[in-house]
Design a binder for this molecule. Structure first.
Ligand SMILES: [Cu+2]
Length: 462
């Protein structure tokens, strides 16, 4: 499928609140007097793949006569999300419909034909005066959550290799688009490798000949691909794996360099595919393997940019302008708020040494990775095979990774964070629960005196 107009040109259009030939409206004041009940004529032109205009205002409580003209080379439609209005038009045709808005606010306009919205057929219709408030974001009408929606399953760390020699290795992976929970009550259509965020952890040995077959599910709406940072070769595999729904592709590579590498989808717009969850880690073990530890865990950080408010119940879409502004609504580990919490928390025992393979999918935000109450005894910075010792916090950039090893001397709950701590409010927290007997010589919670009520303050200083 060809990719039409660039987002930048769309954004320019977006900024211009275009208003159409309508007897009750003018360009300076989009909202007509409420006293008039005359219908308002609105024409929206669809092409491959945009709406013109893709941003418009209409008055409340007046019938809006919509005309949808399709000037594209294929069938298109337009749905005003949250209303009953859907207009279909074959190539070169047009269709008409009427709707009266009684609730003010922005409504999304999308083409419902698979893939068309993602390629640019979306926009916003504002009915009446958009609600104002402290929030910089407008309240967007969201679709309800589909029945039975749940969190994505958690991927686990691939086990250490037991062989000492190199081998020919076959890896199979499938790209899947899955609607799941990003937070309680907050749904999102994730794009994934194998249905998890991050995708499966791959593990090979330096010198291995790897054959990777990537399949794109027939249920997908879009083309997907894979770029593995462990690959030496143009595009890391991306050029040869741009696979439409139902297709598959095979690449071969030799794992020349040991280390921990990110892989990700590299189909334009790449940042869209990454933010939606298309990233994972491939570990290339050195010939002697990595030092043995008692347990290994796998976590990756990524951001989500939503239309609508953080926490607003319903099925959210991506906000592309927010992604470009690098203002995420959610910063999370393993694809959702609380993905590494409760019964999904990492679990270990006092005295064990644990390892976390930690990567950042991004697409925009670096992590200041830290485990509250622990020190990285060994840190394999940037996913390198050499380690440094005794580190508190490490920077992991988008498209980068690290390994941290920690000996667990004291039982309790340890919190994995991005030490840009505002992001905890956006979901960036995971939990490592360590069981065992107290270790008073290492850490002893002393007596605690809460003081008097007069001295107590809440977080606002009251
Ligand atoms: Cu993709």
């Amino acid at each position: 499928m060809p990719i039409a107009s660039s987002h930048s040109s769309r954004l320019v259009t977006f900024a211009v609140m275009a208003l159409l030939m309508s007897p009750g409206c003018n360009l300076n004041n989009a909202v007509a007097p409420v006293t008039s009940k005359e219908p308002v004529e609105v024409t929206i032109v669809g092409s491959d793949f945009s709406f013109t205009p893709n941003s418009l205002e209409v008055p409340l409580n007046r019938p809006i006569h919509f005309t949808f003209e399709n000037k594209g080379q294929m069938a298109h439609d337009i749905e005003i999300v949250g209303t009953s209005l859907v207009l279909h038009a074959a190539k070169g045709a047009s269709s008409k419909g009427e709707y009266t808005f009684t609730s003010a606010g922005p409504y999304k306009m999308v083409c419902t034909i698979p893939g068309h919205k993602e390629y640019g057929m979306d926009g916003v219709l504002t009915a009446g005066t958009a609600p104002t408030g402290d929030s910089s974001k407008a309240v967007v009408q969201l679709k309800p959550l589909p029945a039975g929606i749940a969190r994505l399953p958690q991927p686990v760390a691939a086990p250490p290799l037991t062989r000492s020699s190199t081998a020919s290795v076959q890896i199979d992976v499938e790209t899947k688009e899955v609607t799941a929970l990003l937070d309680d009550g907050v749904g999102y259509r994730f794009w994934t490798f194998d249905g998890t965020v991050p995708g499966p952890m791959m593990r090979v040995k330096q010198g291995d000949q790897v054959t990777l077959t990537i399949k794109n599910s027939l249920d997908s709406l879009l083309t997907h691909s894979i770029d593995l940072h462990a690959v030496t070769g143009p595009g890391g595999g991306a050029k040869n794996t741009q696979i439409p729904p139902g297709g598959k592709s095979t690449i071969q590579f030799q794992a020349l360099n040991p280390g921990v590498y990110v892989y990700h989808c590299a189909t334009p717009k790449v940042a869209h595919h990454i933010t939606n969850g298309m990233y994972g880690l491939i570990v290339v073990e050195p010939p002697q393997g990595l030092p043995e530890v008692d347990r290994e865990f796998y976590a990756m950080q990524g951001e989500f940019y939503l239309e609508g408010e953080r926490g607003q119940p319903g099925l959210h879409d991506i906000s592309w302008p927010q992604l470009l502004d690098e203002k995420p609504d959610y910063v999370v580990f393993n694809g959702s708020v609380g993905a590494i919490a409760d019964n999904r928390a990492f679990k270990a025992k006092k005295g064990e040494t644990v390892r976390i393979f930690f990567g950042v999918g991004g697409p925009n935000v670096s992590s200041s990775f830290h485990v509250i109450g622990e020190i990285f005894d060994k840190l394999y910075r940037e996913g390198s095979t050499e380690f440094v010792t005794n580190v508190q916090t490490t920077t992991v950039p988008p498209g980068g990774a690290a390994i941290v090893d920690m000996k667990l001397e004291v039982p309790g709950t340890y919190v994995l964070v991005d030490h840009s701590l505002g992001r905890i409010e956006k979901g960036a927290a995971g939990y490592l629960v360590v069981e065992g007997e107290d270790s008073p010589t290492v850490f002893k919670p002393g007596d605690f005196d809460p003081g008097t009520a007069d001295n107590a303050h809440d977080e606002n200083g009251h």
